[in-house]
Design a protein around this ligand. Structure first.
Ligand code: E4P
Length: 217
């Protein structure tokens, strides 16, 4: 499973890429607003130059015609940009048209298997079920990822699952086991993935036991 960063903040993306574990980025209108860019298009261009892999940028239009023209504008930002479109009837129509033009679409705000089936049928390159938001309302978000993964396998779909709305390290581990191709993860959670108190205790003991003996000096 690949890891993407779920942020629009340049510093976080630079640090995440430096760690060597990030192969893409997802943004949404809320994340973009939080990063507060003076020029959004330039900001997204910069993100696309830092990360070699896919960078999702979401349309804010809600009707088919405007989604298409906004999607086409977004698609011109960089070669690795992915147009993010919410699963609505207009969104499905727009995804069909953009996908036919070989524009990669990330269909977002997926909360059910039926929505995922439709997203796959219109050719979405990525399908983003929102785990955390489902957990928030007492539904098992991870169960949805597992179920979508089974359906995509049975139907031989080319769409990839991005486990989104990830809240903690366990979500990442469970998403990998549930068959997600990608988990998009907040910066804080990426850092938490590397942490373990036993590692800190172990390292402290090794350094203490070494009594200053160094192999290289
Ligand atoms: C990413 O594609 C989603 O927009 C994002 O993961 C949503 O996360 P949230 O539910 O924490 O806002």
């Amino acid at each position: 499973m690949e890891l993407y960063l779920d942020t629009a903040k340049i510093e976080e993306i630079e640090e995440g890429v430096e760690l060597g574990v990030i192969s893409g980025v997802t943004t949404n209108p809320s994340l973009l607003a939080k990063a507060n860019p003076s020029a959004p298009i330039e900001h997204l261009k910069k993100i696309c130059s830092i990360v070699k892999g896919p960078v999702s940028a979401e349309v804010v239009s809600t009707n088919f015609k405007d989604m298409i023209s906004e999607g086409l504008k977004i698609a011109k930002i960089a070669e690795n940009i992915v147009v993010k479109i919410p699963i609505t009837e207009d969104g499905l129509k727009a995804t069909k048209v953009l996908s036919r033009e070989n524009i990669a679409v990330n269909m977002t705000l997926i909360f059910s298997e039926s929505q995922a089936i439709l997203a796959s049928l219109v050719g979405a390159a990525y399908i983003s079920p929102f785990i955390g938001r489902l957990d928030d309302i007492s539904y098992d978000g991870m169960n949805l990822v597992k179920s979508i993964s089974e359906i995509l396998n049975i139907t031989n779909s080319k769409s990839k699952i991005i486990a989104a709305s990830v809240r903690h390290p366990l979500h990442v581990v469970q998403a990998a086991k549930a068959g997600a191709h990608i988990a998009t993860v907040p910066f804080k959670t990426i850092k938490q993935l590397a942490q373990n108190p036993l590692t800190d205790i172990g390292l402290e003991k090794f350094l203490k036991d070494s009594k200053g003996i160094s192999i290289v000096n």
